[in-house]
Design a binder for this molecule. Sequence first.
Ligand SMILES: [Zn+2]
Length: 258
Amino acid sequence: MTASISPTLVRRIRSARHVTAFTGAGISAESGVPTFRGTDGIWVKFKPEELATMDAFMRNPELVWEWYVHRKKVIAEVRPNAGHEALVALERLCPHFAVITQNIDNLHRRAGSTTVYELHGNIERNYCMECGERVSNEAVLASSGVPQCPSCGGKVRPDVVWFGEMLPENEWEGAVRAARSSDVFFSIGTSAVVYPAASLPLMARESGAYLVEINPEPTPLTDHADEFLCGPAGEILPAIVRAVTGTRSTGASPIHSD
Ligand SMILES: [Zn+2]
């Protein structure tokens, strides 16, 4: 089955200078990234809200690191899907293309996207809490217990945004800039309820972007979108790429682009 892509959307993308894709947990779930909520072995008794905080880390850094090492290993086994790959294809078709993601799994970069604003950090990166030095994932995974900074001996933490922490300023500013300059803005696989990130699609629309939502079910954003494409990103995004490039997949109905 092929999602039908409107001629208007095809025309908008072909003529756009700036296109932005804002992604959430849905696109990662299609790759099999678990939510790490209460289904997995010994971690069943912890909620992310109880481990992904500075308080938890100060109280019991060994436990928090054990959880992150587990998560890093799970995510390392996951691969980008057709949705991630279609966003890479769109980047090549558009003069300016940015991904803004709430996901920490690094799948956009692994797929090949080059401009990625990571609002909640990246689980494959780590830094020293004392001096800020970056510490490689290999070094972290090779150490036992709480990894230490090779320069100053300080505690190393994963480069992710914990509950109660601010979004990284540079990433947020870049995301706002991308949203405000967008001619077409996609909101993909996100429930569009967690602020401040959820304000980005509306910011884009206020600045004149054509707002397209892709999600398996309607969200609070749906009524504000110019188009709502109902379904998985891994099917709809490749259909958009085919429509924009004018290629047809087997069995697809002809796509008219006026
Ligand atoms: Zn250090």
